[in-house]
Design a protein around this ligand. Structure first.
Ligand SMILES: *Cc1c(COP(=O)(O)O)cnc(C)c1O
Length: 338
């Protein structure tokens, strides 16, 4: 049995989730006729108290559609320097939307309202028009850090004052909501668009949702088609999403507890340098001699434990639905012997 901590994308659907998928009613979603997709979209919109939602193959697509709808070519997007939309989406902001980025170094991946104010270009023909702010919650490269809700409210204020749209890359928003005991509706009220992934902590094989108001989602459906993301009988996938929203959100607390156990084990080791604050299901830490990130990875692999080096100095471990308490105990004993 492999303990795969490389990412929370490695989960396999459970028997119950597969059962829900097998028995889904389906239709052609490009024609709006897949009842299960319609149900999932309505369910998500209701959870966030937003007007509408659209089901997409990936979180990259939901983010990129949102950026495309909110901007015009030549605009500038404000985001954090290590944000997924900027460094992990293949240059999509430039490729799909013809926009440039003002990348800001935040606090463990989080922007402050003051930083956003500072980053807005003046109305000057030399400057790109700033039109969008994109924030990530939890922030992956910030070690799964969560925003304080009041900080998001301050960023929203700045956006309103400056006529900017505000997008949330909520690939792991559920982790933040569970950790901070916040509600989807609080976030639904704040953002012009929200992307959430069903294939990370919630454990579905495929799928993300983009939420917004009716006119935004109407445009998003068109862009989804242009990007090649219009799917047909994808209700089989949406059924997994419905199952996940109904059953798997509560499991995230356990993932967070497992991450804390890993943190405690690492803190005792001399070969572990700086560990980012662990707020959710991600543990990012510096590896010191005698190990390197690569050799640490190789050492754990001998015990069928997989983790991922994410820079020349750092390793990342991510807990998820398919990581059991026994696997964590085993990992902790392995770390103790190193
Ligand atoms: C995983 C992830 C996404 C979306 O990734 P896909 O693999 O395209 O679904 C977006 N943002 C963040 C922060 C992520 O971790």
């Amino acid at each position: 049995m492999i303990t795969d901590l490389r990412s929370d994308t490695f989960t396999k659907p459970s028997a119950a989730m597969l059962q829900a998928m097998f028995t889904a009613s389906v239709g052609d979603d490009v024609f709006g006729e897949d009842p299960t997709i319609n149900q999932l979209e309505a369910m998500a919109a209701d959870m966030f108290d937003m007007e509408a939602a659209v089901f997409c193959p990936s979180g990259t697509m939901t983010n990129q559609i949102a950026i495309k709808v909110h901007t015009q070519p030549g605009d500038e997007v404000i985001c954090e320097k290590l944000s997924h939309v900027y460094i992990y989406e293949g240059g999509g902001i430039a490729f799909n939307s013809g926009c440039q980025v003002k990348a800001i170094e935040g606090n463990y991946g989080r922007l402050s309202a003051d930083q956003v104010v500072e980053a807005i270009n003046p109305q000057d023909i030399h400057k790109a028009t700033t039109s969008l702010v994109s924030v990530e919650n939890t922030a992956n490269r910030g070690g799964g850090s969560c925003y304080e809700f009041t900080d998001l409210q301050s960023i929203k204020e700045v956006c309103l004052q400056n006529n900017l749209k505000l997008h949330l890359d909520g690939a792991r928003l559920w982790n933040a909501l569970v950790a901070k005991k916040e509600t989807p509706r609080q976030h639904g009220e704040l953002f012009d668009s929200i992307s959430i992934c069903l294939s990370k902590g919630l454990g579905t094989p495929v799928g993300s949702l983009l939420l917004g108001n009716n006119s935004f989602i109407k445009k998003a459906r068109r862009v989804r088609k242009v990007f090649g993301g219009g799917m047909r009988q994808a209700g089989y996938l949406a059924a997994a999403g419905i199952y996940a929203l109904e059953n798997n959100i509560v499991c995230l607390n356990e993932d967070h507890a497992h991450a804390q156990q890993i943190l405690i084990a690492l803190q005792k080791k001399e070969f572990v340098g700086k560990i980012m604050p662990v707020e959710t299901n991600i543990v990012i830490f510096e590896v010191l001699p005698p190990y390197t990130p690569k050799s640490f990875e190789a050492e754990l692999a001998k015990f069928s434990i997989l983790c991922m080096s994410i820079s020349s100095t750092q390793v990342r471990m991510v807990t998820h639905l398919d990581i059991s308490s026994e696997m964590i105990s085993n990992l902790v004993s392995v770390i103790e012997t190193m």
